[in-house]
Design a protein around this ligand. Sequence first.
Ligand SMILES: [Zn+2]
Length: 163
Amino acid sequence: MASERFVVRVSKDYLVFCSGHFISYESDKCECLHGHNYRAAVAVEAPLDNNHYVFDFIALKKIARSLTDELDHKMMLPQSNDLIRVSTGERQVTVNFKDREWQFPKEDCLMLPIANTTAELLARYLGQRILKELETRHNFHPSVLSVEVEESFGQAATYTWTK
Ligand SMILES: [Zn+2]
């Protein structure tokens, strides 16, 4: 049987966030500090409403932008990584991995409730925040929501949530 589905997707230049990170991998290794010009894209799927659209593009761009702006120009740090320990002092954030230690000004850091700052988990973090905004502020309940985080040209991870 034929069926129809509608998706709206936003991927704008202002959904770029230039941020620092490093990830742990292979259970005992850690990358050197580096950054990316990440770019987010957000897509939502739902039946058409009375206006014949899935969801207001302007509102979707606004939500996505406010969240990517929070990440922009920050050192992104994981709050629940078993190997990367993050402790916040009065003015500094100290990060340890084995015998390595980094220190950052507190205002330059963003602690994220994720296990690792991979593109996959950043996409899920953004996706869950966007979903909450859509549901609580707009009373909009998409059937599918996906967020793509591109960390360099042609290299991206996608998180997809389905109702
Ligand atoms: Zn990286």
